[in-house]
Design a protein around this ligand. Structure first.
Ligand code: FDA
Length: 307
């Protein structure tokens, strides 16, 4: 009931100002976003790697409104890559990007986003790592997949994300599984209409399993982005049945959510990658985390009231 309201608020400037100014916000935000600067996030990366985990780093931000902001997003990632270079972590530290932050929604946005993201993918490849294109709302996906195809011509390791809640995704999964892509499968975090997406949690979970089967039996590299214990157990079983070795797929979870499970799966020999977001434009990312679990909203409300 609450999730659609929170997701609608995630696109409201008025709510952005209110939430950002609320007294308890910072404390709750830090649970999901461990820093605002690259200097603050580098020790978090080192700590994760020391625990046997891998990371995918996201500079928070989306829905920018000027080409200058898009260029600034590109530069923020290039700065991150310059910092990672010295750590020599290779694919243990990869990057996730939202194309809306690279200008996708502006006039000529498809070409602009491609032009801005390409140098990031090139710089990542130069230090032995890669980039995954996050999935945003359904209206952006044809452009995202076209950019993904274009980037893969030169950088075949470039990954992308598919969302189980969308009706289109089984077809997308078949195409990506056949062309050997790295694919992160997630349930989906945006407010989508009933014309394009399942609304019922049970239906979304069933679709997730159907898509997992396609990915596990395909030619690509499945990345299972979920905290759901049932789906994780099913993934392990499907990987076993498909004859995949432990390094032929990976699990991914978000920083701050089920952290003990990150370490447990890594200790079992799984590749476990933690999606670690940092930066100052955290509002949209933070609100999606609140929408996923109403208890987070209560925690947030309590922190705000007791400040
Ligand atoms: P579900 O929501 O059923 O949660 C299962 C359990 O996990 C919950 O019972 C709870 O214990 C815990 N949990 C989940 N979310 C929590 C939260 N916010 N706070 C506290 N506990 C929580 N989406 C998208 O649309 N595009 C994208 O590119 C990505 N990228 C992405 C990367 C990675 C690595 C992950 C893990 C997720 C994404 N997502 C995403 C988000 C995804 O679509 C989805 O909204 C969340 O993962 C929540 O769904 P679960 O599969 O975890 O299941």
């Amino acid at each position: 009931m609450l999730a659609p309201v929170i997701l609608a608020a995630s696109r409201s400037d008025k709510m952005r100002r209110f939430v950002s100014a609320a007294p308890g916000t910072k404390q709750v935000v830090e649970r999901f976003i461990p820093g605002e600067t690259v200097d603050q996030v580098v020790p978090v990366v080192e700590d994760a790697v020391a625990k046997g985990l891998e990371v995918t780093l996201d500079v928070v931000g989306e829905d920018i409104t000027t080409p200058e902001q898009a260029a600034a997003a590109r530069d923020a990632y290039l700065d991150l890559i310059a910092h990672l270079k010295g750590l020599g972590l290779g694919t243990k530290a990869e990057m996730s990007v939202k194309l809306s932050m690279f200008g996708q929604a502006l006039a000529g946005g498809h070409e602009l986003a491609l032009a801005n993201v390409r140098p990031v993918v090139e710089a990542a490849a130069a230090i032995g790592t890669t980039v995954t294109l996050d999935a945003e709302d359904h209206t952006t996906l044809d452009s995202m997949f076209a950019i993904h195809d274009e980037l893969r011509k030169d950088f075949p390791q470039t990954g992308c994300v598919i969302q189980a809640y969308l009706f289109r995704t089984e077809d997308d999964a078949r195409r990506l599984a056949a062309n050997g892509s790295r694919v992160r499968i997630v349930k989906g975090a945006y407010k989508e209409p009933a014309e394009v997406a399942y609304q019922d949690k049970g239906e979304i979970d069933k679709a997730y399993v159907r898509i997992l089967k396609i990915l596990m039996h395909g030619e690509g590299y499945p990345m299972i982005g979920s905290h759901d214990p049932r789906l994780i157990a099913i993934s392990q079983e499907l990987a076993r049945r498909a004859g995949r070795k432990l390094d032929e797929y990976e699990f991914q979870m978000l920083y701050g959510i089920r952290s003990e499970e990150h370490v447990r799966l890594a200790a079992e020999g799984h590749r476990m990658r933690v999606y670690t977001a940092y930066g100052t434009d955290w509002y949209g990312y933070f609100m999606r985390r609140l929408a996923e679990k109403p208890a987070n909203l209560l925690f947030f409300a309590r922190s705000t009231i007791t400040k």
